[in-house]
Write a protein that binds this ligand. Structure first.
Ligand SMILES: Cc1ncc(COP(=O)(O)O)c(C=O)c1O
Length: 349
């Protein structure tokens, strides 16, 4: 078995999770009659401090249904230029919903500078000649931030963004694919963040280890629109309790163990930091993502290829950067072995 560090979505469910899935009580979720899906939606809303929840097939669908529920055609979604929604989700809200992406520079710490964010809002409060601009519909944040190396944005920053949103009457959507990693890293409850945003997309896959699925949570009225959007996207699933049971297990059993992934990421980070010609990027690893730079795109490609031949899988992040992600099924010993393998195969280009 290779040591697969490409992503945190590649784990197999634990035997206990599989058992829970096999035993799941099911019904027709399109009629709202799958008891396991209903339990998952209620629990996720409760844990994240919102009115209601919705089970969706993926993080991408969760973000898309949320954006479609927040914005009409021709409205702007203000988001980071390094955000997952902007970079990796195929311009979906634009392609399918006529939503205009308004990217703001993502800072190295995963934030959008507050002045830049406020300046990007085309609202009457700014005395713009309003008729020239697409009206704003939503502000999007991401936490932890994937392309910034798993950094944690703080609840205090969220409060500042919420104040800007409130000044302009805008909702805030959080791509919280890895929100529990942020909570575990800072030792704070997820509600410290979620109270400042309107809607959240949370991945049950990734670090929480479910094989499939995400949830969206938010206020009642928004959730009704999101449910309609899920249906439009073909995301109304029938006896989805089988996979929702994996999600329930993830939320109830898998949150605390994220700290193991963070500790294992430190093994990788410390090993890599000792190699000449390698820089961690960002230098401080805060959660389960380790990004390092080997100085050139060719060097990164060659290293990824050599590692693959030795049974260590990593992802190429572009610009000479490689990404390693720790997750359930990756042990401390695997991380030591991965560091040893990198030492062995690394050849300066
Ligand atoms: C920050 C972030 N948001 C959303 C997603 C999308 O999740 P999915 O792969 O389930 O569509 C990812 C996936 O890696 C992610 O890293």
């Amino acid at each position: 078995m290779p040591i697969d560090l490409r992503s945190d979505t590649v784990t197999l469910p634990t035997p206990a999770m599989r058992q829970a899935m096999a035993n799941a009580e099911v019904g027709d979720d399109v009629y709202g009659e799958d008891p396991t899906v209903n339990r998952l939606e209620e629990l996720s809303a409760k844990m994240l401090g919102k009115d209601a929840g919705l089970f969706v097939s993926s993080g991408t669908m969760g973000n898309l249904a949320s954006l479609l529920a927040h914005c009409g055609r021709g409205q702007e979604a203000i988001l980071g230029d390094q955000s997952h929604i902007y970079v990796y989700e195929n311009g979906a809200a634009s392609a399918l919903g006529g939503i205009v992406y308004l990217p703001v520079r993502t800072e190295v710490d995963g934030t959008l500078a507050l002045e830049a964010l406020e300046g990007a809002v085309h609202s009457p409060a700014h005395n713009y000649h309003m008729f020239h601009y697409a009206p704003p519909g939503v502000i999007c944040l991401e936490n932890t931030h994937n392309r910034c190396g798993g950094v944690v944005l703080t609840p205090e920053y969220f409060a500042e963004v919420a104040a800007i949103a409130a000044r302009h009457g805008l909702p805030v959507h959080l791509d919280g694919a890895r929100l529990f990693n942020a909570a575990v890293a800072l030792g704070r409850p997820v509600t410290d963040w979620t109270r400042h945003v309107t809607s959240i997309q949370l991945c049950l896959s990734k670090g929480l280890g479910a094989p499939v699925g995400s949830v969206i949570v938010g206020p009642k009225e928004f959730m009704w629109r999101a449910r309609r959007m899920r249906k439009i996207l073909g995301g109304g699933m029938r006896q989805a309790g089988i996979i929702a049971a994996g999600g329930l297990f993830a939320l109830t059993q898998m949150v605390d163990r994220l700290r193991e992934d963070h500790a294992n990421a430190q093994i990788l980070a410390q090993g890599l930091a000792s190699f000449p010609g390698v820089s961690l990027d960002p230098p401080r690893v805060e959660t389960n993502i380790v990004v390092f730079n080997v100085g050139s795109a060719e060097g990164a490609e060659a290293l990824a290829g050599a590692l693959e031949r030795e049974g260590v899988l990593v992802s190429n992040f572009g610009g000479g950067r490689l990404r390693l992600v720790t997750h359930f099924g990756i042990s401390a010993e695997d991380c030591h072995r991965a560091v040893d393998t990198i030492r062995k195969v690394r050849q300066p280009v």
